[in-house]
Design a protein around this ligand. Structure first.
Ligand SMILES: Cc1cc2nc3c(=O)[nH]c(=O)nc-3n(C[C@H](O)[C@H](O)[C@H](O)COP(=O)(O)OP(=O)(O)OC[C@H]3O[C@@H](n4cnc5c(N)ncnc54)[C@H](O)[C@@H]3O)c2cc1C
Ligand code: SF4
Ligand code: SF4
Length: 569
């Protein structure tokens, strides 16, 4: 066995975290397996949803071409992720024939990575005496979104959040992943994920797949839904698909479109040209199959899209997603953010979302976090706690940890190997990693060369910034004064940062029963769920005000669609 990681890797770190002998490391660009350390246990291949781990001694065989195939079922799911797998299982439990089409080499989608399912009004809560709060949650959701959402959809959603969890309890060992505990907001008992490191997405995906197998659900992987055939009355009569061997027609009366986030969609690239030219590091949210096919399929079937609902969920301007250690230093607020022109471009103490929105308009949407040795070797200052209200005794005073009293903090090269945060360690690492990811230099000219930035502009930006630090006030960008620290002591360091999005959402209008709304009302037999649907958030100039998190919406949406489908079948 000689394992290697191929180009489908999205850097999710699952294999690295689970390898028992730490044979997997990251070089700033790629994950790789050390053949001399690997013991061939197969864990990495099992946990990799991208099927990116190959054995060079057993090369994958090309798929032979086939004639156009015809299949038949009661219900066809386009997209085997969070929403699709739930809907497939729920419908198949009633004895219906279900086929799931999954474009990726393995099912799971983005749902495999999601941490938080937030059910409510579950049987567990009812048994613990927690009063039902569906009406209250609907009222809150409507108030939060200025009554822009559909209250009937909200009612179905908040009811189904309990229904889907109770249903999971009927076939999965949910107590391994979920627990009833006081929630941090008001202390009321509620169901939540027990252990953040074992997210609900991985738990549900790994348990639902054998459940689907027992139910006889056929999952066609590497098979992309490509179109819909509607009959003369506008109802669904078939789904068209393509696998590596050729075309497939799946005759069915009901279809669920749930192809996930639009993050890799050409549509978004055309809508926002800066997004098209952004140099984005491959990361788990940016799965290559998330190309918004569900919207294309609907549009080609004559269904109007809700373009205004499409929203980019900016998260931050981050070094390398999910990596820790030296890369984490790239998020420091006491460093300075420099774009590829060598110019400072943002208030470094601003939140990640605000910064990401601005990063989109920087050249290639790339930025470097630049610091000197004094910053690198100390800990980021912490803001003072908010002042207490009159009469509030308050807690103990928060200690300022700057300058860091305990010596230099640690940072990790991989998640498990620790290396001290000092100039020598950084220099060694930057040489090892390369790719312009970490740059270490004795002069600002050399630093600019490593970053691919203009040296005189970089020097000028740092001179201006140091003057701001001396004045103690940032008139240029309004950076919080506690983070103002001059860059004076060589060597200097730069960490490359990229645009980071949680996903791109919306596009399809749905009824409260998750049926797709076409030009003449609900399309018979056509349903949608998950990231490609709107209805649970408002989009105010790319600000997504949501009443439920993405994953819970997908899981509840798949369940809501299945309930409607079962009534209709
Ligand atoms: C890394 C990561 C972490 C996340 N963490 C969280 C979190 O902590 N909390 C949270 O609320 N949300 C989180 N999310 C978001 C959440 O996972 C998604 O909102 C949810 O999975 C959406 O469900 P879905 O069914 O719409 O799409 P997905 O689960 O992404 O599934 C869509 C599937 O459709 C497939 N597909 C695409 N096109 C086609 C086609 N033409 N034919 C067939 N199949 C197709 C895709 O390959 C994919 O498998 C995370 C997402 C990612 C990627
Ligand atoms: S996608 Fe994740 S699990 Fe698969 S090889 Fe890459 S880092 Fe490892
Ligand atoms: S096969 Fe096992 S030991 Fe080898 S890299 Fe994968 S998880 Fe690590």
């Amino acid at each position: 066995m000689s394992l290697f990681i191929n180009d489908s890797c999205i850097g999710c770190t699952f294999c690295q975290n689970e390898c028992p002998v730490m044979a997997i490391s990251y070089d700033g660009d790629h994950y790789q397996i050390a053949p001399d350390i690997c013991i061939g246990c197969g864990t990495c291949s099992r946990v990799c949803v991208m099927d990116a781990i190959e054995d060079s001694e057993c090369p994958r065989l090309p798929v032979p071409a086939h004639e156009k195939q015809t299949l038949e079922c009661d219900f066809c799911v386009v997209g085997g992720g969070a929403a699709g797998l739930v809907a497939a299982a729920k419908v198949a439990e009633s004895g219906k024939k279900v086929i799931v089409l999954e474009k990726n080499r393995k099912p799971g989608g983005g749902g495999y990575f999601a941490v938080g399912l937030t059910p409510s009004n579950t049987q567990w809560e009812k048994d613990a005496g927690v009063p039902e709060n569906i009406e209250e949650r609907v009222a809150r959701a409507m108030a939060q979104t200025e009554n822009k959402l559909d209250p009937a959809l909200m009612k179905n959603l908040f009811t189904s959040l309990g229904g889907v969890f109770d249903w999971l309890c009927s076939w999965a060992p949910v107590e391994k992943c979920f627990a009833l505990s006081p929630n941090p907001f008001d202390g009321a008992l509620s169901v939540g994920t027990k252990d953040q490191s074992y997210g609900s997405g991985k738990f549900i995906t790994t348990h639902i797949l054998p459940h689907l197998e027992k139910l006889g659900v056929k999952i066609l992987t590497e098979t992309a839904g490509t179109g819909l055939e509607l009959s003369s009355d506008g109802s669904v009569q078939a789904v068209l698909a393509r696998d590596p061997g050729g075309e497939i027609r799946i005759a069915c009366g009901t279809c669920l479109l749930c192809t996930g986030s639009l993050i890799r969609s050409e549509r978004i690239r055309k809508m926002i040209p800066e997004f098209a030219t952004a140099d984005v590091k491959r990361y788990a949210h940016d799965m290559p199959t998330l190309t918004g096919d569900g919207l294309t399929i609907a549009e080609e079937a004559g269904i109007p899209l809700n373009q205004d609902s499409i929203v980019l969920a900016f998260v931050g301007c981050m070094p390398v997603a999910y990596e820790e250690g030296p890369f984490k230093q790239g998020e420091r607020k006491d460093a300075i953010r420099i774009n590829l022109e060598g110019k400072r471009w943002v208030n470094e103490s601003a939140g990640g979302k605000d910064m990401a929105e601005k990063l989109l308009y920087q050249p290639k949407a790339v930025s470097y976090t630049v610091m000197d040795s004094s910053i690198l070797e100390s800990r980021e200052p912490k803001p003072a706690p908010p002042a207490c209200a009159p009469g509030d005794p308050g807690g103990p005073p928060m200690m300022m940890e700057f300058p860091y009293p305990g010596g230099v903090p640690d940072f990790a090269v991989t998640r498990k190997e620790k290396t001290p945060a000092n100039a020598e360690a950084f220099r060694a690492l930057s040489g090892k990693i390369g790719h312009g990811t970490l740059v270490c230099a004795d002069t600002l000219e050399e630093l600019a060369a490593g970053m691919g930035a203009d040296a005189s502009a970089l020097k000028k930006s740092i001179e201006e910034y140091n003057a701001i630090c001396s004045a103690g006030m940032d008139a240029a960008f309004g950076k919080d004064a506690i983070y103002l620290r001059p860059l004076v002591r060589a060597p200097y360091f730069a960490i490359r940062n990229y645009l980071y999005l949680d996903g791109v959402f919306g596009g399809l209008n749905i009824t409260p029963g998750m049926q797709v709304v076409g030009a003449n009302g609900p399309v018979p037999g056509l349903y949608a769920a998950g990231d490609i649907t709107c209805g649970r958030y408002t989009n105010d100039l790319m600000h997504k005000t949501e009443v439920i998190n993405d994953y819970s919406w997908a899981i509840a949406g798949g369940y809501m669609a299945a309930e409607s489908i079962l009534k209709a079948l």
